[in-house]
Design a protein around this ligand. Structure first.
Ligand code: NAD
Length: 298
């Protein structure tokens, strides 16, 4: 029987456990604060930021939003980050990516206080992750680990193929799965745009994590029976709908479903976890900064 992994259900469970952490913080006079910074006119980026802010409101995390004119010099954004770094009401700062072409992304990520870097993209936090002492795990790959755990997939000793090598998803995903830890201990292969014969790699996998940003790149013919498939991709493709598009993943759901033992849908799979793990990191940031221990969901 195929298992469709319900991201909303898994996310809901983690969020209710986070409520207990928030109660503990509140009893100690702490309400976590998350700042979102948007330097873009892109509709999808605006939607992502408003979804993150809504999730904060629903859980009881205070959210603060800052727009930076996409045409402004990079220094305007950097000065805003300096202010947020020194604002004690703000425990976490999220700069929505992508940034305009004239703004160097790495400079921006390095300007953030690593203790407020709830995306986990600052080089200090990347280094901690790679060396096995993560502070803030990047939200999407951390969410994928939680989905695998919820679906009872033990990654220890398994062959996992990660499709995509971005700093946001593919690379941290591979690193997390490699860790000597409960949700790690996998043998990881990372595929990318220059990989020869992707199908040969995915057919040899116990678990496939697709994060290429290519609509329906992976179909059932590229999988072996019994594979677990996690689809990170969110791609807008033209469609005869009210909005003129629909969202599809990097996996062709119907044909993959006939081979997989468990699979995430798009939407409703990885997406809800990405936002939930951002809330998780913000709670963790507040706990670390205010020195109030909390029992974060394991
Ligand atoms: P990216 O464009 O930065 O990276 C894509 C990676 O895929 C690259 O490393 C590239 O080498 C690889 N790739 C591209 N074409 C390929 C091919 N034909 N075969 C093998 N590898 C190929 O994208 P990203 O930021 O890592 O995001 C990947 C996808 O995940 C996008 O669809 C994005 O929208 C989605 N995403 C979803 C969430 C979520 O919460 N669900 C979060 C982040 C990203």
């Amino acid at each position: 029987m195929i298992q469709i992994i319900d991201g909303n259900e898994v996310a809901g469970r983690i969020r209710s456990e986070l409520e207990t952490c928030l109660d503990t913080l509140e009893r100690n006079g702490v309400v976590p604060g998350l700042a979102t910074v948007l330097m873009s006119d892109d509709g999808a980026s605006e939607t992502y930021v408003s979804m993150k802010r809504r999730a904060c409101d629903e859980l009881g995390i205070e959210s603060f939003h800052y727009d930076v004119d996409p045409g402004a010099p990079a220094d305007v954004l950097l000065e805003r980050l300096d202010e947020l770094n020194s604002d004690s009401a703000i425990n976490g700062v999220l700069v929505q990516l992508p940034l305009p072409d004239h703004v160097e992304e790495q400079r921006v990520l390095e300007r953030l206080d690593p203790l407020k870097d709830v995306d986990g993209f600052h080089p200090e936090n990347v280094g901690r992750l790679v060396t096995g002492t993560p502070r803030f795990k990047p939200c999407t790959p951390h969410g994928v680990q939680r989905l695998l755990a919820a679906a009872d997939v033990d990654t220890e000793g398994k062959d996992v193929v990660v499709v995509g090598r971005s700093n946001i998803v593919g690379k941290p995903m591979a690193n997390l799965l490699l860790q000597r830890s409960k949700l790690g201990n996998a043998t990881v292969t990372v595929c990318h745009s220059r990989t020869n014969d992707l199908a040969e790699k995915t057919r040899g996998a116990d678990v496939v994590v697709a994060a290429a940003g290519v609509p329906e790149l992976i179909d059932g013919s590229m999988l072996t029976d019994g594979t677990t498939v996690i689809d990170v991709g969110v791609n807008r493709v033209e469609a005869d709908t009210e909005k003129g598009y629909e969202l599809v993943g990097d996996v062709e759901f119907e044909s993959a479903k006939s081979r997989a033992d468990a699979i995430t849908p798009v939407p409703g799979g990885v997406g809800p976890l990405t936002i939930t793990m951002l809330l998780y990191n913000t709670v963790k940031a507040a706990s670390l900064q205010e020195n109030v221990p909390v029992s974060l969901p394991e």
